[in-house]
Design a protein around this ligand. Structure first.
Ligand code: HEC
Ligand code: HEC
Ligand code: HEC
Length: 131
């Protein structure tokens, strides 16, 4: 009996891991997004759930828009990406999250809201949640 339970636990753990992997890349657990330290954040960190967005049908590559599906997934603020502190810069850190395009949180949420999805937050406070 004991070994049975143990075997089940092992199989379950295995399935959970596989279920969370995508093309060999591990999908992160729920995270708190923050600005790089050098940028001196003005707003509170933003909770973000990969699982919830997967359930809502958002593809990895919609957000990770330079990812080829195999190599390492880059951070938004990786060098040469959205690494500029000046809001007006084309590669501004700010624009990665508030730009008008579908890759950005606010861009996609505004479009989703327009299409009738009330679950995608667009208010500052709904994302920058004060602790
Ligand atoms: C859909 C979610 C979302 C909404 C809505 C949103 N933001 Fe953000 N914002 C983010 C994310 C994600 C980051 C990057 C992580 C971080 O810096 O906290 C960010 C970063 C920032 C930054 C740069 C980092 C910092 O803390 O200084 C500023 C400034 C900012 N947001 C201001 C705003 C303001 C003002 C509004 C409302 C007009 C707003 N945001 C609405 C998600 C959002
Ligand atoms: C709705 C947008 C969105 C979707 C969809 C999405 N991600 Fe992410 N992912 C993010 C954000 C934002 C981060 C944090 C990036 C950062 O720290 O700059 C992240 C981080 C990651 C990281 C960690 C990168 C690092 O070095 O810290 C991996 C790995 C990852 N995602 C894989 C995936 C995979 C695989 C999928 C599809 C199953 C996926 N993501 C779908 C937005 C998304
Ligand atoms: C391509 C579209 C898309 C992008 C990009 C996107 N989201 Fe969303 N997000 C959605 C949709 C759609 C929902 C509504 C969820 C549903 O329909 O179940 C949602 C819901 C949410 C929610 C609310 C979840 C709840 O508790 O109800 C949060 C918070 C959120 N997103 C944060 C973010 C942040 C932060 C980013 C950027 C790092 C981001 N999203 C990028 C489509 C997107």
């Amino acid at each position: 009996m004991r070994t049975r339970i143990f075997q089940c636990a092992v199989i379950l753990a295995f399935l959970l891991c596989v279920g969370n992997a995508y093309a060999g890349v591990q999908v992160p657990a729920d995270m708190l997004l923050a600005a790089p330290q050098a940028m001196k954040a003005q707003k509170a960190e933003v909770p973000f759930s990969h699982n919830q967005h997967a359930k809502a049908g958002v593809e990895c590559k919609t957000c990770h828009h330079t990812w080829d599906g195999k190599a390492e997934v880059l951070k938004c603020s990786s060098s040469g990406c959205h690494d500029q502190p000046d809001k007006k810069d084309k590669m501004a850190f700010y624009k990665a999250f508030h730009g008008k395009d579908e890759h950005s949180c606010v861009g996609c949420h505004k479009a989703a809201k327009k299409a009738g999805n009330k679950l995608a937050p667009t208010a500052c406070k709904a994302c920058h949640v004060k602790k």
